[in-house]
Each structure stands twice: as structure tokens, then as C-alpha cells.
Design a protein around this ligand. Structure first.
Ligand code: SIN
Length: 484
């Protein structure tokens, strides 16, 4: 039996939670979280939210221009205008939900400076802003009677039916259940797990992109992948991010000879946008034949670092690094996808009533390289756009009859072949990392095409492993296909 809702939101990071909270409370909403609610990619976001609040000496025009410069002037300027002008409203709304941004002793906001910004404009909660925002939004969702939350719920299929969509949802790794809705919002986050080194959480496997392409939605700029220059290099796959605000607070980047080098590549040096810094690191590593890099924050007081960057300070200390005494080994790592499911200014994809928001969506606000602090801002602003649009349509059109189409997958077939995910990561890391290698891109694409066909044609049990492997292979295929 299919359970019907007005809206189903797939993904419960900031964009999913905030969409749910801004919908007309008369709408019955199902919010799906792949794991537990507190384990989204957003919850681990250490950086903050860029916004120009009223009364500031900064301006939204300057925020707009900095975003354009970082984005290589490839941004959708209409969407970017919405981002910078509506952003302050949503930041205020977050505060209404109880989000506490750090303040100076005089009560003003403690705004950070990050790469690519011409003014300090990053609102933050220490260096754990994502955790603070998700915690407050989760608390608000729990009080909302129109929102049903299913945790450990993985969507294995999305089909268009008469007047809406039918979803096949795997609950608690065991039961496939069908749920229907008039409007579906994909808020599934990033694709980081397609790389060996990423700042993303294990949940970031590009699931929404697989679902959207399966439903016929248009994708755009899948090869616009962003690399962050300062992942903590301790050999782990999931890199601790050292926020750009640490460079904004005076840390400098050193090469293997412990020399500053960024000014030879760009006059903005430490404060250049992250794509420029990541590329400079790769080139400098090639020049010296040694790819070791260090962040030097020894000019800062320990008390300052502890207070402003407590998460980073503590996590480095766990690995035996004293943040203001030792050289911090860093390396570029995958951080963000600017492309994704192509959406309009209301977040709607090329399929009617199928929306996408956050990192899985391509609104065009970021151009080919996202400015620091604009990702959570995009989550908020476009979640609000989507919620307003769905609520408006529901008000005008009422509730049509929802077609039912049961397609719950049977527990047939064997497990997905071992090693697929590891192989995809190795191929992407070698062929399309920071500065792509055109020869390896061709070879990797051939292998990924083979793997994609194996997963599509074989008879496998439809479970989390299968869906994630399929999503990762699909994302890698789409990225490399675009650059061939
Ligand atoms: C950072 O602060 O370096 C990361 C935050 C972001 O990606 O915007």
C-alpha cells in the first residue's frame, strides 16, 4: 500500500530541513534522511554563511562581484542576485530558529574573512556552523506536526505517475515501501565519495543526481568540481577541513621547502579563491618534485585559535598537531560540486514538480567555482524559493488525484561486486583531480563505462550498497563524459 504525502523531501541536511520548515504547514511533508538526522554532510560543515546584513559597511553589490570573480564570470546573474539580496532575510530567519552566530564583545557580528571576499562577511558559529544550524532546524522540524521524518531511509527509485511521483524507499536496510507525492524535492547533497580525498561525509554519494537523471531531468556542468586547498593531510580519506578563515586570520601556506609561494602564482596570495590556491599547490608540487604543503599558523596566539577554531584545534590536537606551534600538513581535496540537477529560479528541474536544492542542484549561482560561504547561503535561499513555489501551487491548484504505481523492488539478486567504489575513487583521483590529466580521463572513462553497464545489466539486490555504487559510478561517468 502506497502512503501519500503532498511533498516528499529526499535528504535532511540544511536545504532539506529548511525547505520543510518553509512549506505551508497545511501540506503533509515526508522528510527522508539516509542515515540518522544528525549525520548529514551539512552537519559537518565547519565554515560559515556569507551574507551582508543591513547596517553593514559592506554591500550586496560587493558580495555579488566577489561571487562573479570567484565563479569565473560563468554565474547565472539572475540567480546570484536572488542569492545575495534574499540571503540576509534567511540568515535572520535562522536566528529566529535559535541559531547563534558568534558576536564581538560590543554585540556586533564577528565576521570572518575568507578567500575571494573583499570584506569580512562570513557569519559563523565557532568553526562548527553546520552543526549549529542543523541542530536548531532539526529541533524546529521535531515540533512541526505536518512534517513526518523517516531516518535510515534510502530512496531506491523515483517514478513519475499521474499528477506526481511514486518513490521506492528502503527503510532500515530491510523493507521496501512505496510513498507518493505531488511535489518531490531532491536535497541529497554532494558527490565527494567519488574521490579518495574529500571533505564530504560518507553520505555524499550523488544519490539525487542518479534519481533525477533516471526521471529524465536535465543535468548541467557535472564537471565543475571544486577542490579545497587545505584538507588536513593525515592520510585519511575523509579530510578534516582547515577553514579558509584560518588563512583569513593570518595563516600562511608553505611549500615542501617551508617557503611561502602563493604570491608567485596570484597577487591575492593566501586570500585568492580556493581554485586558484589548489592549482598553485599542484603546480608548485610539480616544480619542486615534492607535494608536501604546510599551513603555518604559528603567528597566532593559542588562546585565539582555541576560541575561534575549537573544532579544528581539538581535531588537530587528537592527531598530535598543536595548531599554533606545529606546521599543519595540508593537501587539496574534493570539496564541492557546482554543477548538478539543472533548476530554474524556483528550484524546479526540467521535470514538472521535481525540485532540487543545495549541492545536488545547479542554480548557476556559483559559476565554475564557488566562493567560500556561499553554499549554506544557497541552501537557505533556494530552499525558501522552492517552499514558496510549492505552497503557491498547492494553494492555487488544490490536491489532484495521485496516480499509484507500485514498483517496490524485490529482494532478488546477489550483492554488488566488491571493489567497485574503491576503483571509481582511484580512477577519479588519478584522472580528474585539481588539474585534469587528459590521457587518464580517456582511459578512466572507458573503465567507468564498463562498470556502469555491469551495474545496469546485472541482477543485483537493490540495497544501500547497490544504490550507492550505482550513484557513484553514474556521477563519475557524467563528469568524465563532459570533459572528454
Ligand atoms: C571553508 O570555510 O573553508 C569552507 C566553507 C565553504 O566551503 O564555504
Amino acid at each position: 500500500m502506497q502512503q501519500n504525502f503532498d511533498v516528499i523531501i529526499v535528504g535532511a541536511g540544511i536545504s532539506g530541513l529548511y525547505t520543510a520548515l518553509n512549506l505551508d504547514p497545511k501540506l503533509r511533508v515526508l522528510l527522508l534522511s539516509k542515515k540518522s538526522l544528525v549525520l548529514s554532510n551539512s552537519a559537518s560543515a565547519q565554515g560559515g554563511v556569507a551574507a551582508v546584513l543591513e547596517g553593514s559597511a559592506d554591500s550586496t553589490d560587493s558580495h555579488f562581484n566577489d561571487s562573479l570573480i570567484a565563479g569565473g564570470f560563468k554565474n547565472n546573474t539572475e540567480a546570484l542576485k536572488i542569492l545575495v539580496t534574499q540571503g540576509p532575510r534567511d540568515v535572520r530567519r535562522l536566528m529566529d530558529f535559535g541559531v547563534a552566530f558568534d558576536r564581538n564583545p560590543d554585540g556586533s557580528f564577528d565576521l570572518e574573512l575568507e578567500g575571494g571576499h573583499s570584506h569580512p562577511r562570513i557569519l559563523h558559529h565557532q568553526d562548527a556552523t553546520g552543526r549549529e544550524i542543523t541542530a536548531k532546524l532539526i529541533a524546529a522540524v521535531e515540533l512541526s506536526r505536518n512534517i513526518t521524518v523517516w531516518e535510515n531511509a534510502m530512496v531506491c527509485g523515483l517514478k513519475q505517475v499521474q499528477n506526481g511521483f511514486s518513490l521506492d524507499i528502503l527503510r532500515n536496510e530491510e523493507d521496501h515501501v512505496a510513498a507518493g507525492c505531488y511535489a518531490c524535492v531532491l536535497a541529497t547533497g554532494g558527490i565527494g565519495r567519488v574521490y579518495e580525498h574529500t571533505t564530504n561525509s560518507a553520505a555524499a554519494t550523488g544519490d539525487g543526481i542518479l534519481l533525477a537523471s533516471g526521471a529524465g531531468a536535465k543535468l548541467r556542468h557535472m564537471s565543475w568540481v571544486q577542490f579545497h586547498p587545505t584538507g588536513f593531510n593525515d592520510g585519511r580519506r575523509e579530510c578534516l577541513l582547515i577553514p579558509e578563515a584560518v588563512r583569513g586570520a593570518g595563516a600562511v601556506l608553505l611549500n615542501a621547502e617551508r617557503q611561502q609561494f602563493l604570491s608567485h602564482y596570484d597577487p591575492r596570495a593566501e586570500l585568492a579563491p580556493r581554485d586558484v590556491v589548489s592549482k598553485a599547490m599542484v603546480e608548485e608540487g610539480r616544480r619542486l618534485g615534492d607535494s608536501r604543503f604546510y599551513l603555518d599558523f604559528t603567528g597566532a596566539e593559542e588562546a585565539y585559535a582555541r576560541e575561534h577554531f575549537p573544532t579544528t584545534f581539538a581535531r588537530l590536537a587528537e592527531s598530535g598537531i598543536a595548531m599554533t606551534e606545529d606546521m599543519i600538513p595540508v593537501c587539496p581535496c574534493q570539496h564541492y560540486l557546482m554543477g548538478g540537477i539543472d533548476v530554474d529560479l524556483n528550484g524546479e528541474s526540467s521535470v514538472d514538480n521535481l525540485y532540487a536544492v543545495g549541492e545536488c542542484a545547479h542554480t548557476g549561482v556559483h559559476g565554475s567555482n564557488r566562493l567560500a560561504g556561499n553554499s549554506m547561503l544557497e541552501d537557505l535561499v533556494f530552499a525558501h524559493q522552492i517552499a514558496d513555489e510549492i505552497s503557491r501551487r498547492a494553494e492555487n491548484q488544490g490536491r489532484p488525484v495521485l496516480g499509484e504505481f507500485h514498483f517496490c523492488e524485490e529482494e532478488l539478486g546477489g550483492p554488488v561486486p566488491k571493489g567497485f567504489r574503491t576503483e571509481v575513487r582511484a580512477l577519479m583521483q588519478k584522472s580528474y583531480f585539481v588539474i585534469p590529466d587528459p590521457v587518464r580521463v580517456v582511459d578512466s572513462f572507458e573503465r567507468i563505462r564498463e562498470m556502469r553497464s555491469v551495474l545496469e545489466k546485472g541482477k543485483y539486490r537493490v540495497d544501500r550498497d547497490y544504490m550507492e555504487a550505482k550513484a557513484l559510478v553514474n556521477v563519475a561517468y557524467l563528469i568524465l563524459k563532459e570533459v572528454l
